[in-house]
Design a protein around this ligand. Structure first.
Ligand SMILES: *Cc1c(COP(=O)(O)O)cnc(C)c1O
Length: 365
């Protein structure tokens, strides 16, 4: 079989004005930071989320780093973060010299388990990072409630959840600071990039200042904080804006793909397709299934034999080498999900024939 027949996990689609906007950057010789597409992308992104402003960054990781710095998190502080997430949710905690405290997740939502969260809070807890894993919203209200009771700010890692809603409200509008990613395989891509949202304009101003090397506006080579080169280029924003203009279509397609998996796998006794909680609308960024632990590897091998790409769920971060020393209590749900979870082809360009092959391969288990 030719390589063209391979079904990838997730590939971007450039079906909008990407070329036109990139051409404009080149024609105008404006490829780097502070470009017009950067402001346009930020404004469109802010408006969609009903916010006055948004700050673009070089990555979701940079966005999370800036969020922690802006909340004043540093050495001696603890930051609660779920164990089952991409490692970049936790790395910035170490960048600022703070201590990660790993929370277990709920099986039903893959978000932080509110019943456990309370027991993790200490007088040193300086922030809580909530993650909407694989696009499905965490059960956010009880998490916010606990954070509020203790006066602890919430960072929303919405890197996987652009366009997802919790009780009708968009993910990324709950946290004191919310972070998005436009990495290569995210719902929309800039080839690498991120965005920060906040209801607090002062925080956003401080974040913007830090993305631009801490340069004092209007004064050449005067810098009043140690900043970063964390701002998006005009080229990235040109692609980002063109991608963002197609968001509604991308969300619709992801939902169609999810619905087909749900229908196609409904009769299976071996594969559970993960649908939404009743209060959630997932963007179905990655389509996910659960299988018996003893079948997880076999499932992935079977798919691979059919030239279908799949991935296991993330490793619980507290089991990874740099984080083992921060592991405390066992986190049974993170482990439970890790042992059973598989991500299956999720591209918006996945056609019905290719998807039927994935479903058949899973039904043949
Ligand atoms: C992708 C991702 C990040 C990091 O975003 P980058 O743009 O790749 O730096 C952080 N957290 C989660 C949960 C992610 O999936």
């Amino acid at each position: 079989m030719s390589d063209a027949a391979r079904t990838p996990l997730s590939v971007p689609v450039f079906a909008g004005r990407e070329r036109e906007y990139l051409q404009k950057c080149i024609d105008d010789a404006w490829v780097a930071q502070n470009g017009p597409f950067v402001r346009r992308f930020e404004q469109a992104f802010a408006q969609y989320h009903d916010r006055g402003d948004a700050v673009s960054t070089t990555s979701g990781t940079a966005a999370l780093h800036l969020a922690l710095l802006t909340l004043g998190v540093g050495p001696g502080d603890e930051v609660v973060v779920p164990s089952l997430t991409f490692v970049a949710s936790a790395n910035p905690i170490l960048y600022v010299g703070a201590t990660p405290v790993f929370a277990d997740v709920e099986r039903a939502t893959r978000g932080i388990d509110p019943t456990q969260l309370r027991s993790l809070i200490t007088p040193r807890t300086k922030a809580i990072i909530i993650v909407h894993l694989y696009g499905h919203p965490a059960d956010t209200d009880p998490l916010l409630q606990i954070a509020r009771e203790h006066g602890i700010p919430v960072i929303e890692d919405a890197t996987e959840a652009l366009g997802s809603t919790y009780k009708g409200r968009l993910c990324g509008t709950f946290g004191d600071i919310a972070c998005f990613s436009f990495n290569g395989n995210k719902l929309i891509t800039t080839g690498g990039g991120g965005m920060v949202l906040s209801p607090d304009q002062e925080s956003l101003d401080r974040i913007r200042h830090r993305t631009l090397q801490g340069r004092v506006p209007g004064r050449e080579y005067i810098h009043d904080v140690v900043g970063f080169n964390y701002t998006m280029s005009n080229l990235q924003a040109a692609i980002g804006l063109a991608q963002f203009e197609q968001l509604e279509h991308l969300l619709e397609r992801k939902r169609e793909v999810a619905q087909r998996y749900a229908d196609g796998l409904a009769g299976s006794s071996k594969v559970e397709f993960l649908w939404e909680a009743e209060w959630a609308q997932s963007n179905f960024w990655l389509q996910t299934i659960l299988v018996a632990p003893e079948q997880r590897v076999a499932t992935m091998e079977q798919l691979d034999a059919e030239r279908i790409e799949s991935r296991p769920f993330f490793y619980p971060i507290d089991q990874l080498e740099p984080y083992r020393k921060f592991a405390a209590d066992p986190l049974p749900n993170a482990q439970w999900l890790h042992e059973r979870g598989v991500c299956i082809p999720s591209s918006v360009s996945l056609d019905n024939t290719a998807q039927a092959r994935v479903i058949d391969a899973l039904l043949a288990l």
